[in-house]
Design a protein around this ligand. Sequence first.
Ligand code: PLP
Length: 432
Amino acid sequence: MVDTDSSSDLFQRARAVTPGGVNSPVRAFRAVGGTPRFIRSAQGAWLTDVDGNDYVDLICSWGPMLLGHAHPEVQAAVADAVGRGTSYGAPTEPEVELAEEMVARTPIDSVRFVSSGTEATMSAIRLARGFTGRDVVVKFAGCYHGHVDALLAEAGSGVATLAIPGTPGVPESATGLTLVLPYHDRAAVTAAFAEHGDRIACLVTEAAPGNMGVVPPEPGFNEFLARTCAEHGALFVSDEVMTGFRASKHGQWGLDGALEGWRPDLMTFGKVMGGGFPAAAFGGRADVMAHLAPEGPVYQAGTLSGNPIATTAGLVTLRLADDAVYDHLTKAGDVVKQAATEALSEAGVPHVVQSTGTMFSVFFRGAPVRDFRDASDQDTAAYAAFFHAMLDAGVYLPPSAYEGWFLSSAHDDRAIQTVVDALPGAARAAAE
Ligand code: PLP
């Protein structure tokens, strides 16, 4: 039996001073039960909790840690930056360099830094509204764009896990201008634009949904969305907070947009580009971005935006994220996916594995997932049993059936073998 006394003690103390004992709901393990592990340190592919238990990390901070934990070059650059002070409220060189790196790797012309993915999508929507002079925003059920009021209607991620229909605290006036459509439903998109086209400021979508589990967009779907928006004078906002610099070197856009020859009007980023620090961004077409203050009239600002430590960590991470990193993620992912498929099949557990580029997840249902309705139809009890068996065997999976499994370039043979060895027992636990 794994010793979790110290985590239990900390959880009890945390609950006395923090709602639910955590600072982001899914960390509380509510969807799977049990005691959340309090992490003391992390190195490479491994997490160590406060009781001294080691786990292969398949969350990677929900995406950011593309190079694994405590990467020596990222650590050194951050330590060096910290030595020169941590925040100035004035522009710095790392901001320029990170912006140049992102502009080079994506179809955006310019970029503005913020501190979280939530802020990035919130600001992108404000800019889209300011640019078009329109109010309505279109989103898809099951796509999560952070806890932005207007977008907390039928969102995925923690909201899906907790099955909150929207959330109290968001006034109807905030979501009243949001149209929520089923993902992959071209007819619904066409109908929405036919009816409301001249009021739609933007359509925002996860470039590939990852917050209801990974749902790869069908070929041509994002291009169809970009074209439909263009036909109606609305902006196409592609949220690459999760997929950016992770699904491929050029994000999800590198897997479809670059091939199909379209580009979003605006994109949002976070996670990997912050190298494990609170950094995110939105960027896009030069003429749209020119509407932002101080160049244009749309106000947007932030005390810690473009923070020198965060942008240094992001810059070094992106510079190190070369083809070899993505090849490694592909190969390691293939081994894990294959082993999960074999173990679950052997145990007779209905499941389906879905991927986009180097991102993947395992759904506990027998048929493919195309939209949020499919994703919601999973055996979450089987997942909870599976999750705990993996945890007991030293593998830290997302504590929710609605999330991707994340790897890093630090997931070496030993880490991957630990996952492979844990899978058959966990699959049997899921079958019980
Ligand atoms: N957009 C997407 C696609 C995300 O996956 C997330 C977070 O998971 C966000 C936006 C919000 O980012 P943050 O948690 O940094 O606010």
